[in-house]
Design a protein around this ligand. Structure first.
Ligand code: TRP
Length: 326
């Protein structure tokens, strides 16, 4: 039996080079080994206000970006979260097995309620319960998560274990999936922070045009040492080296040798070139896909069908166990 990997991304903006190199690109290598489910988490995204028209567009754009990055729909399941009602249904049940004390500890909730102080809604608070439902519905064995989602995966595990100990084996307790070397790509302007779509100057989006990529990399913060070598504390240079190595597959040693005696100008140009070459086919594929809405709609229709089948089974089991008439 193949193990199941589940992951989701919110349709809340652009995928960055950091997401691509740190996550998506690595996920494509899992398709033959695992049963992969990658979903567009639109229910999660309305915890902060969204423009309805934009949200709809971004959901399809995200799907097109998934596929353009190599997450072949022939080999994995893609669906839109709101197309599978069991997410909301299981979320309600699990919410009754989650303590407020647990939710109060979530650092992302604390951080988001500061950022959206005018809209601290209940959805923002119960978001980790919905995320637990996402994962547990599919009996996912593994969930690739970044650092910011670790706590949410922890709570999903706790909820699963609690439910299992009350009602007998029901859910698979999911483990975090730690990729081999999912590069952690940092902000180009502040390389001590993770690259994030909310900082356009320091981040490169998957769909960025060549000139902008070149400009942004040229402007990337470095230091005054003047040589290209991976060294403790040289955040800017280290980050550019990680980008270069992660795109080309070269080792840091090889890259350092390649740029021996060269200045930052040459180095940055080389980094920009490999990034542009890497993203070009992805962008071409994306442009084709986004023109072909019928195809995209077909993918999510098929995906929702498959996802509903699995999710319904889990939900039925849960409903029976808690005492609903099914
Ligand atoms: N909360 C995740 C994020 O913001 C997205 C997400 C929702 C998710 N449900 C999930 C990720 C289930 C993994 C598994 O990045």
């Amino acid at each position: 039996m193949r193990k199941t990997i589940f992951s989701g991304v919110q349709p809340s903006g652009q995928i960055t080079l950091g997401n691509y190199l740190g996550a998506l690109k690595n996920w494509t290598k899992l398709l033959d080994e695992y049963n992969c489910i990658f979903a567009v988490m639109d229910l999660h995204s309305i915890t902060v206000r969204q423009d309805p028209k934009e949200l709809r567009e971004r959901s399809l754009k995200l799907l097109a970006q998934y596929i353009a990055c190599g997450l072949d729909p022939e080999k994995c399941t893609h669906f839109i979260q709101s197309h599978v009602p069991a997410h909301a249904q299981l979320s309600w049940v699990l919410g009754c097995y989650t303590y407020m004390g647990e939710l109060n500890r979530m650092t992302q909730f604390k951080e988001k309620s500061q950022r959206h102080a005018d809209n601290i809604n209940a959805g923002l608070y119960t978001y980790p319960v919905l995320m637990a439902a996402d994962i547990l519905l599919y009996n996912a064995d593994l969930v690739p998560v970044g650092h910011d989602q670790k706590q949410h995966l922890e709570i999903a595990r706790d909820i699963a274990e609690r439910f299992n100990s009350l009602y007998g084996d029901t859910f698979t307790v999911p483990d975090p999936f730690i990729g081999k070397v999912g590069a952690r790509i940092m902000d180009l302007q502040d390389p001590t922070k993770k690259m994030s779509k909310s900082e356009p100057a320091g981040s490169i989006s998957l769909l960025e045009d060549e000139n902008t990529i070149l400009k942004k990399i040229k402007k990337a913060v470095t230091d005054s040492l003047g040589y290209v070598k991976y060294e403790e504390g040289r955040h800017g240079i280290n980050n550019l080296l990680s980008i270069y190595c992660s795109v080309t597959g070269k080792s840091v040693d090889m890259a350092e040798k390649e740029f021996e005696g060269k200045g930052y100008g040459d180095f940055k140009k080389a980094v920009a070139e490999v990034v542009i070459d890497e993203l070009r086919p992805v962008q071409q594929k994306y442009n084709q896909l986004i023109e072909n809405q019928d195809y995209l709609m077909k993918i999510i229709e098929d995906g929702a069908f498959k996802a509903n089948e699995i999710a319904q089974k889990t939900l039925k089991d849960v409903y029976e166990k808690v005492g609903f008439i099914v």
